[in-house]
Design a protein around this ligand. Structure first.
Ligand code: SF4
Ligand code: SF4
Length: 427
C-alpha cells in the first residue's frame, strides 16, 4: 500500500504513457536483456498495475525498478513527454519506506548513505584506495591462494576500487593572477570527485582562473543529495538541498559552477523536492538560474582557444545527466574540437549509458557490467587513443572497462584535455 501511495502522487505522469515503445531502444537495460520488464514501458506498466490494484508489488517487482539505472535516456525519446525521473524517484521512495521496516536494512542503508556523503570519509577513503591500488590486492589474494575462498561481493568491491588522482581538492579561495578580474564564481565540490579525482577538479578550477575568474569553494557546502534520491532517501535529499540552496544564494557569486554532471542535474532539479510556490521552491528556482555546468560555461566564455597540439584520436561519452536531463550535448564536443591536432571520432550509441549510474555499479554489479561490456566493445572498435567524459562515475566505469579489456584507450575528463592543451600552448 505504501508504494501505491507514492506512485499515486505522480499518477499524471504514469497515465501520460501511451505504451508506444519509442523509449525501448534508448534504454540500456532493455538493450542488454531484450526484456519488457527491464524497459521504461515495462516499469511504467508495473507502476500502473500497482495503482490500479492489479498487482501488489513484491521483492520481484522491486528488482525491475531497482535495475533501472536512472539514466533517463527514455525521457528525450518519449513523444508524450513522460517525466520518467519523477516516476522512478517516487517509486524508489516507496520501496525505501517498505525496506526501512527491516531494522538491519535501515541501519546498513543509513550508515552507507551517511558515509557516502561525508567529505572526511571520502578523503580518508581516497588514501585507502591509493594503498589498495599500489599493493595490488588481486595479486596478493592470488599469491596467498585465497582468491577462490573470498565471497563474490568482496571480489566485486575489490575490482571496483578506483584509481586516485592527486591530493583531495581543498575548500578555499582560488584567486586568479590575471589582472582583468571578472566576477567571483562559486564552485561545487561534491563528495566523491574531490577525494579521488582532486587533480582533475583542480584542472577545472585552473581553467576558470585562466579565464580571469576568482573561484571560491565554500567549506559549508554539502553533498548534492543525488546518491540519496537515487535510492529513495528523499528526507536526507531535502535536508542537503536546503543547506546548499541557502549557502549558494546568500553568497555574492555570479554563478555556481558544477563539474560533475550528476550533481548539476540534482541541483538544477531541487525545485522538484518542494511544493510549487513554497519558499524553498522559489529559492531553488533562483539557484537553478545561477547554476552552470562547467562545459557550458567554458564554451560560452572562452575567448582565446588553447594553442597546444594534441595529436590524438579522441571520442566523447556524454554523461546521461548532462545529455538527457540538462540537455547539454554540443558544448563538451566543441571544447574538444577547439584543441589543435585532435581528430574527433564520434562513437556509436554514445547516447546510451555506460552503466555507472551513481551507486548502480555497486548495487547492481551484474547489470552494470552487462551494460558496460556493450559500451566498452564499441570504444574498442572505434580505436580511440582517448575517450573523454564529463562525470566521475563515467570515468571510473570506463576506466574499469578499459583495464578489463586491456585497451590502450586512456580515459580523460574533457576539462583535463582542454587544460593540458592550454598548458602545452604556453611552453
Ligand atoms: S516512449 Fe513514452 S509514451 Fe511511449 S512507451 Fe515509452 S514512456 Fe510510454
Ligand atoms: S532511466 Fe534509463 S535504465 Fe531506467 S528505464 Fe529509462 S532508459 Fe531505462
Amino acid at each position: 500500500m505504501i508504494i501505491k501511495e507514492h506512485i499515486e502522487r505522480v499518477k499524471d505522469e504514469v497515465y501520460k504513457c501511451v505504451h508506444c515503445g519509442f523509449c525501448l531502444t534508448a534504454c540500456p537495460t532493455y538493450l542488454v536483456s531484450g526484456l519488457e520488464t527491464e524497459s521504461p514501458r515495462g516499469r511504467i506498466s508495473l507502476m500502473k498495475a500497482t495503482i490500479e490494484d492489479q498487482i501488489v508489488p513484491d521483492q520481484n517487482t522491486f528488482l525491475h525498478w531497482d535495475r533501472c539505472i536512472q539514466c533517463r535516456a527514455c525521457e528525450p525519446a518519449c513523444p508524450s513527454g513522460v517525466n520518467y525521473g519523477l516516476l522512478i524517484e517516487s517509486t524508489k521512495e516507496g520501496i525505501n519506506v517498505v525496506r526501512s521496516k527491516s531494522r538491519l536494512y535501515k541501519f546498513i542503508f543509513k550508515i552507507i548513505l551517511k558515509l557516502a556523503i561525508s567529505n572526511r570519509f571520502i578523503n580518508f577513503n581516497s588514501y585507502i584506495f591509493r594503498i589498495c591500488k599500489k599493493v595490488n590486492l588481486s595479486n596478493i589474494f592470488n599469491k596467498l591462494k585465497i582468491s577462490r575462498l573470498l565471497p563474490n561481493f568482496i571480489k566485486t568491491l575489490e575490482s571496483m576500487i578506483p584509481n586516485v588522482y592527486g591530493k583531495p581538492l581543498k575548500f578555499g579561495s582560488y584567486l586568479t593572477s590575471n589582472s582583468i578580474k571578472k566576477e567571483k564564481l562559486g564552485f561545487f565540490r561534491g563528495c566523491i570527485m574531490p577525494g579521488i579525482h582532486g587533480e582533475n577538479m583542480r584542472s577545472s578550477v585552473n581553467l576558470l582562473n585562466l579565464l580571469g575568474y576568482d573561484v571560491i569553494i565554500p567549506e559549508s557546502q554539502v553533498c548534492c543529495g543525488s546518491l540519496n534520491s537515487h535510492n529513495g532517501d528523499m528526507a536526507t535529499t531535502i535536508e542537503l538541498a536546503k543547506l546548499n540552496i541557502d549557502l549558494f544564494l546568500k553568497a555574492d557569486y555570479k554563478y555556481l559552477i558544477i563539474s560533475a554532471a550528476g550533481c548539476g542535474t540534482r541541483i538544477k532539479e531541487y525545485s522538484q523536492l518542494f511544493e510549487e510556490g513554497s519558499e524553498y521552491w522559489d529559492k531553488s528556482i533562483q539557484l537553478k538560474n545561477k547554476t552552470y555546468d562547467i562545459h557550458q560555461f567554458l564554451f560560452e566564455n572562452i575567448e582565446t582557444p588553447p594553442k597546444g597540439f594534441i595529436n590524438k584520436n579522441v571520442g566523447y561519452q556524454p554523461a546521461c545527466h548532462l545529455l538527457n536531463t540538462q540537455k547539454i550535448d554540443e558544448p563538451p564536443i566543441e571544447l574538444i574540437k577547439m584543441i589543435p591536432g585532435i581528430n574527433f571520432v564520434p562513437i556509436p550509441s554514445s547516447n546510451i549509458c555506460c552503466g555507472a549510474g551513481g551507486a548502480y555499479s555497486v548495487t547492481q554489479p551484474k547489470w552494470s557490467k552487462m551494460v558496460l561490456n556493450k559500451k566498452i566493445n564499441e570504444i574498442k572498435d572505434s580505436q580511440l587513443d582517448i575517450i573523454t567524459v564529463s562525470n566521475p562515475g563515467c570515468f571510473i566505469q570506463l576506466q574499469g572497462g578499459s583495464e578489463m579489456l586491456k585497451l590502450k584507450t586512456e580515459v580523460m575528463y574533457v576539462t583535463d584535455l582542454l587544460y593540458n592543451s592550454y598548458i602545452k600552448g604556453v611552453d
